[in-house]
Design a protein around this ligand. Sequence first.
Ligand code: SF4
Ligand code: SF4
Length: 383
Amino acid sequence: MRADQQPAAPLGVVTLDGLQALLAGLRRRGFRTIGPTVRDQAIVYDDIESVDDLPRGWTDEQDGSHYRLARRDDEALFGYAVGPQAWKRFLYPPTTRLWRAEREQDGLRVIAEPPSTERLAFIGVRSCELHAIAIQDRVLLGGEYVDSHYQARREGAFIVAVNCGKAGGTCFCVSMNAGPKVEQGFDLAITELIGEDQHVFLVEAGSDEGRVALAEAPHRAATQDEIDAAQTVVARTAASMGREMRSDDVRELLLSNLEHPRWDDVASRCLSCANCTMVCPTCFCTTVEDASDLTGEHAERWRRWDSCFTMDFSYIHGGSVRASARSRYRQWMTHKLATWIDQFGSSGCVGCGRCITWCPVGIDITEEARAIRASTAAAESSS
Ligand code: SF4
Ligand code: SF4
């Protein structure tokens, strides 16, 4: 913040024009603005230049293996849940060149890929997604080895969060203590207030940079009615989650049932397609690939997303450690909900529901946990 810029009050109300001014201000300050937009019959995250690029009047219907866009009966800009993409697509891209090598007269010259200097502004980040970013921060920045590419993108990022006004059919963030109210980790947090005679956005600043951005946009002070209305929006969303999962003892439940017959049941349905890991906002596994051109003068090493559902991922000398679908699904679910806690201090699941929606056969992590719990409880009561 410059010395001549006074922080705004941390709470203000902007109209559609004010929201447009906020976006324009971020772009003027050099941010690449990325937000939700409709493409290929889904709401995806992509470059946006104005509020006209947002999914005005659209919502999403979600269930196991089911995603459809539908028209709302109003002009809400953020009236959907989450789409197939997570913000990791931009902070931790699907492919990243790590280095390249050029053959020169006296040998090979290796040139490391410099971290990105691009500043990203994310528009419309949900509470579960903020929790997911915090989890990836712990994984990729919190240990002995820091991912410099992630660090560069993450440290420069400006986050405009949105309090959810609608729960998706596969959402269970309440169960995972990850939403729907945005609590921390944002520069600005928006609650969309839409009624018969008004369409405004309550904006809360969560950082000095956020206060400056709000100060630059035309806004007015929020009324108590508007503050109350924003709380009602979040409470209504919290009460309408599409799914739920008891999470307080799920670690112990899974780790004490590693040979449960349910793993065979889920394996009979699982296609090992890896969709669940690709859409999950916290999954971070990668592999590296080397490539050279036909002349042999130029080589590159690329990192790309991988998945614990592929045979290659656990291949070590002589074969794959997890050769069956049973062992791969069990590895994924027990890592998400149990051993992730041992490794990184929190669950690896934020309850966004993407793995349920985008599983082609509708495998549902909440249902799998419930089935194991139910049979365990039944066995205990009959003994
Ligand atoms: S495991 Fe499923 S519900 Fe949990 S964060 Fe990943 S995609 Fe979302
Ligand atoms: S659980 Fe579903 S999405 Fe995940 S690998 Fe199996 S079939 Fe694919």
